[in-house]
Write a protein that binds this ligand. Sequence first.
Ligand SMILES: NC(=O)c1ccc[n+]([C@@H]2O[C@H](COP(=O)([O-])OP(=O)(O)OC[C@H]3O[C@@H](n4cnc5c(N)ncnc54)[C@H](O)[C@@H]3O)[C@@H](O)[C@H]2O)c1
Length: 455
Amino acid sequence: MQKHSNCRTKSRRHFLKTAGIISAGLGSFNILSVNRAAHAVGSDEIKIALIGCGGRGLGSVFDRFAVGDNVKLIALADVIHETAIRAADLLRKDERTKGKLDLSENHLFGGFNAYKNAIDLADLVLIVSPPAFHPDHYLYAVEKGKHVFIEKPFGVDAEGYRRSMKANKIAEEKGLTVCGGFQRRHEKNYQEWIEQIHQGFIGDIIATRVYWNGAGAKIRGVRGDGEPEIRFQVRDWYFFNWLSGDHILEQHCHNIDVGNWIHGKGDPLTHPISCIGLGGRQARKTPFVPYNECGNLFDHHYVEYQFADGTIMHSQCRQIPGCWNSVTEKVQGTKGSGETNWLKPNDGNRWEIPKRNGRRSGYVQEHIDQTEAIRNGNKLHDGWHSATSTMTAVMGWLATYSGKEIKWDEAVEKGKTLFPYDQELTFDTPAPILPGPDGTYEHAVAIPGRYNPFE
Ligand SMILES: NC(=O)c1ccc[n+]([C@@H]2O[C@H](COP(=O)([O-])OP(=O)(O)OC[C@H]3O[C@@H](n4cnc5c(N)ncnc54)[C@H](O)[C@@H]3O)[C@@H](O)[C@H]2O)c1
């Protein structure tokens, strides 16, 4: 925090001058500083735009504001204009936003292209729209030279992954900071737990088991009278795989990312080379739940991932009430085992992160880390592991939907596309999935053995 407040007192001119002097003195080592100075914020104050003004969007604004002063939210964009207007009202009434808002009415944007208007005005963009939109919102932001915070996942399919990797390269070349919304990566507890694993506390890693088993997710929108189909689906995005990538991607990607982190031993690009899986839809069906809650998602997936070094990651996610629930990661080594926050060597004492150790949640810590990186000209690029873990979960649904073995390279090259990229969307565009004659989306649920995982 000390560092942060010192920085705040610097003028932009002083900041640029200092960065220039340092870079002249340190030669190639300081390429980073040169790049970062070129893309340092336009003044000491960081101007922020929020894209997607729902639950996590507003949450991320408050998390960012908890970081300190000299940040100002200057634009909101939401596909539904009234949502942006409502969000502005709510923020204006909240004490925590005092001195940190400059939201004129003409900076509240609506529609599918609203993100462009908001991004153009900002130094830093918070992309908290539904997952399918993330790759194109990310690409646009970095092409415009903006620092980016993007919620996970980085897309819903292989094309989304390819676009996010392109954006990653642009961000790297321009020296922009990218914070990935996989908040566990920023949590000190996770960092220490995984550091111990990588140091060999339980020997070499043999396998991990990662879980997100729970009752289900909340409905985001009930269909309005005469509401266009695509407008309804975009509001209730979670339950349509072309928008969310199914819950293996939308939610379970957090645990899959922890698995990749463990297996990767510090390499953010480590990923499984292949996987097989099973899944289906047993309880998420009318008449058990109303059709709005069904969309076309599975309600359970199990995937066995194989890494190049022979290690395995077992992944389970389920959304069915009344079953065994767990959101955790477990690890098996040659000399012991462990579970999120603790490790036990076979012949030694259990090591544990102390409970109530007063650490910030990852939700706030990630915003602190990025704000400090921007102010200090440091590198922060979560895009590589974020896109890699996104594609790992995409491989998962390709395997569970199709029932086939899926190889990484093939999946990246020609994995099925869910989202209509390059189509100009409006509320008149027909939705990619339409209700069947019974009014449900049952006909659009994948059937293993018949579903083609490739284009
Ligand atoms: N890191 C975490 O633990 C965590 C937790 C919750 C949500 N999330 C992520 O945050 C994102 C948003 O989730 P949420 O819970 O806030 O959903 P939400 O439904 O509450 O909000 C999404 C908002 O985005 C708007 N929107 C839809 N399409 C848009 C577009 N094309 N352009 C601009 N706005 C658009 C919607 O109208 C809605 O207001 C998702 O990617 C989700 O995975 C992450």
